[in-house]
Ligand binder design. Structure first.
Ligand code: SF4
Length: 377
């Protein structure tokens, strides 16, 4: 059955970027660096509720762009974190980074601070695609930065985007090929989606661009599976590929239903079966903490069945799928009692497969995962 252990994972949200990219709907502010000191003070306050010497196996700084902060600002944030947490011997400490922020000095600082995994927002090795996505780097710079980074912090992941207007299969193949030439041990690939409220949303509505046809997007995804696997990066989650031993341990915590702390605007925590989410507005989050009010905007106590259903949704994202016996032991429900008809429907359609021990998505199912999992809610 579900146990109520204390989290050994923490997520810290750093909501600052130089510019809000046209497709991005994350919790962040751009061109508001005057708020960074207030943010750091608020983080010190939020973290003070944790206690002391809580051991973390995984720590993840995401954003926004954590590396947008100066070394002094990062040092202040790390001081606040490590006043309450300590890293376990075999820890994973990840930070999301924008390539152009990674000067030699900043890489050295991150390494000395204990960061041992960097997730780089590269997105593409095609300069036209990068311009379209409103990114500030060029492909040639990424080659130099990745080499510089990997000489200090070898565990590097690249985020790459496909199905971008103007992108064809050849562009995408070239981008993946560059990632492999750089000997990257972890790659995350995301199809571009246009979210309401972004500037891309308005531009698409105004007919300024169209997304590539679904068929082409599917071909790009299928090519990623084939190409990255043949290069030794195992497809271990719908969007993620890694060499053995380089899977992101922090994300595995989310996907396997273990508890975690979350700090910063928009961050969620999951403690004792209760999910709490901080306010997504950076300004409101800051204001609430400064006023001594709770920054939490939503909370939800998950019933045992909710936990089990959520475990199915996340479990199906992992290529290994759901171990039927372990699922019953941990959640107290038989997978087939909860989802008999959904499993039958998607096995018949070729989107799910059953092994002796697991139920998992097929390759075709990975393409339509969002549609498939709806039937398990
Ligand atoms: S750099 Fe990343 S987090 Fe910042 S606006 Fe662009 S996509 Fe969003």
């Amino acid at each position: 059955m579900f146990n109520q252990e204390l989290p050994s994972s923490a997520y810290i949200h750093v909501p600052f970027c130089q510019h809000r990219c046209g497709y991005c709907d994350f919790t962040l502010v751009a061109q508001k660096d005057h708020l960074i000191d207030d943010y750091l003070a608020a983080m010190e306050q939020q973290l003070s509720g944790v206690g002391e010497d809580v051991e973390l196996k995984t720590l993840f700084l995401g954003g926004g762009t954590p590396t947008h902060l100066s070394i002094n600002q990062l040092q202040r944030l790390f001081n606040a974190i490590f006043s309450h947490f300590q890293l376990a011997t075999d820890y994973e400490f990840s930070i999301e980074a924008n390539p152009l922020n990674l000067t030699e000095e900043k890489i050295d600082f991150l390494k000395q601070a204990g960061v041992n995994r960097v997730s780089l927002g590269v997105q593409s090795f095609d300069s036209n695609i990068l311009t379209f996505l409103e990114r500030d780097h060029q492909p040639q710079q990424v080659f130099e930065i990745v080499q510089r980074l990997q000489s200090r912090i070898e565990n590097t992941s690249l985020d790459l985007i496909f199905a971008v207007p103007g992108q064809n299969l050849e562009n995408w193949k070239t981008t993946l090929n560059h990632a492999i030439q750089l000997n990257i041990p972890h790659v995350s690939t995301y199809g571009l989606t246009i979210e309401k409220g972004t500037s891309f949303w308005s531009r698409q509505k105004a007919g300024i661009f169209d997304l590539p046809e679904e068929e082409l997007a599917g071909e790009m995804y299928e090519f990623s599976l084939k190409f990255l696997s043949s290069a030794g990066l195992k497809h271990y989650e719908i969007s993620n590929f890694a060499r053995p031993g380089y899977e992101c341990r922090h994300n595995e915590v989310y996907w396997t239903g273990y508890p975690y702390f979350g700090f910063g605007p928009g961050a969620a925590s999951y403690l004792n079966g209760k999910r709490e989410q901080n306010h997504r507005s950076v300004i409101t989050w800051l204001r609430r903490i400064a006023a001594g009010e709770s920054p939490i905007s939503d909370q939800e106590e998950l019933s045992p069945e909710d936990r089990a259903r959520e475990a199915i949704i996340f479990g199906l994202r992992r290529r290994i799928g759901i171990n039927v016996e372990k699922f019953a032991e941990r959640y107290g429900y038989d997978l087939y009692d909860l989802s008999q008809s959904a499993i039958k429907k998607h096995v018949e359609a070729g989107f799910l497969e059953e092994t002796k021990t697991h139920v998992r998505l097929t390759q075709a199912g990975c393409l339509l995962a969002d549609t498939v999992v709806i039937d398990f809610l």
